[in-house]
Design a binder for this molecule. Structure first.
Ligand code: SF4
Length: 400
């Protein structure tokens, strides 16, 4: 495989890896990792240049109630449990307003899966807000965020096609982590056993429906939840298949598991540098060149050089005003620090919209009512490309 990787690195072989070659590289020994990383970094440089992007965002956990119980999750709560939280419309508006003043562009709504199907107390909360479903509430919250100057992007778990159609009217993009295509992870004793919405076929169906609906889409895989390297490759190939059918996958997140004491997987090993770098590089080489490869900087503190060397071109959302509620022990990096690290490696850091530019002019991808808010957000970005995002992150570290 060394000659193939050299051909990719030099540009003589410009296409994504075939499934056959991807599987051949799935269990590459650690001492042979270097050519893989060089090939992936060269592909990144040719496709995205020397710029690493991020989305200045505010994280809005509309509700942390969830009907699933994933073994690695520290976000979900049940009604009555300490830390249970469903944001009121007033809390959404206050947080979005603060974020707008801090220079954010994206309103990320990220929440538990189908809580109204499991909890009557939550149904009563929704009713008190004037809604009978989470999607209705998300629609209203999306309208409010747009009116206050931010662009919504929502990850609400598995959604039906008509729910995505509704949310497309107030979201510039939607997301759902594929996580992994392996049904093995749903077996008894595995991390998705108590999570009906983590059945791979349900997630693939949603991503496919998003493609049919022309929704710019973010997905990704999880590392370190009991999957094999071959299953990671199978998952990336499934994403490639969906993108080649519909063209809607804008970015793929390579998200590494981080342990903490209050989860079922408290003592599970975290993926090491080899696993992370190998997976990022494989994603870069397997995915089509128009798809961004992203890794969360807060889950990889000290990993900037490693992730760059493996081929990422994007850091995802970074919030100057709210913690990462999914991983609250891991604060986002200070942007000035991240910028300095990136520049020391010969790259530059630039903010972007939560929808990638190529979708803005593609027929049917953006609801016409969103064109004006997107134009205003683009104007803000061009006026203050990162410099005006106020760093208020010290309190976030104190809060977790
Ligand atoms: S990971 Fe998502 S689906 Fe699983 S329990 Fe946590 S919030 Fe629910």
């Amino acid at each position: 495989m060394r000659s193939l990787l050299e051909a990719i690195r030099s540009g003589d072989n410009a296409g994504p890896l075939s499934a056959h070659d991807a599987f051949a590289l799935a269990d590459l020994p650690a001492e042979e990792l270097s050519p893989l990383l060089k090939a992936a970094a060269a592909v990144r440089d040719r496709a995205f240049g020397r710029t690493l992007t991020f989305s200045p965002k505010v994280f809005l956990p509309l509700t942390n109630l969830c009907r699933n119980r994933c073994d690695y999750c520290s976000f979900r709560k049940s009604p009555g449990q300490e830390g249970e939280w469903t944001m009121t419309p007033e809390e959404v508006a206050e947080t979005v307003t603060r974020a707008r003043h801090a220079g954010c562009i994206e309103a990320l709504f990220c929440l538990g899966d189908k809580p109204e199907g499991a909890f009557s107390a939550y149904r009563q909360t929704l009713a008190a807000f004037g809604h009978n479903s989470t999607v209705d509430y998300l629609y209203r919250a999306g309208c409010d965020a747009l009116n206050l100057g931010l662009l919504p992007h929502t990850n609400a778990g598995v959604l039906e096609a008509q729910e995505m159609e509704q949310l497309k009217r107030v979201n510039v993009s939607l997301g759902l982590m594929l996580e992994n295509v392996s049904p093995r992870l749903c077996a008894p004793g595995m991390p998705h056993h108590k999570a009906p919405d983590k059945r791979p076929e349900r997630r693939i169906r949603m991503i496919e429906n998003a493609g049919k609906l022309k929704i710019p889409f973010t997905t990704g895989i999880l590392l370190g939840i009991g999957e094999t390297r071959r299953e990671r490759v199978e998952s990336l190939l499934a994403i490639v298949d969906l993108h080649r059918q519909y063209g809607h996958i804008q970015e793929v997140i390579i998200q590494n598991f981080r342990a903490r004491p209050d989860i079922a997987m408290a003592t599970a090993p975290e993926p090491d540098d080899y696993e992370i770098a190998h997976s990022v590089a494989m994603a870069r080489l397997i995915l089509d060149r128009d798809v961004s490869v992203q890794a969360p900087p807060n889950l990889n503190p000290g990993g900037t050089a490693l992730l760059l060397s493996a081929g990422i071109n994007d850091w995802g959302g970074i919030s100057p005003v709210t913690p990462d509620y999914i991983n609250p022990r891991h604060p986002w990096p200070h942007l000035d620090m991240l910028r300095a690290q990136v520049e020391s490696l010969g790259y530059q850091l630039a903010p972007r919209l939560p929808v990638y530019d190529r979708y803005l002019d593609m027929e049917g991808y953006i609801d016409p009512s969103l064109r004006e808010p997107i134009a205003r957000a683009k104007a803000r970005l061009s006026r203050s490309p990162g410099a005006a995002i106020h760093i208020e992150q010290a309190h976030l570290e104190a809060a977790v």
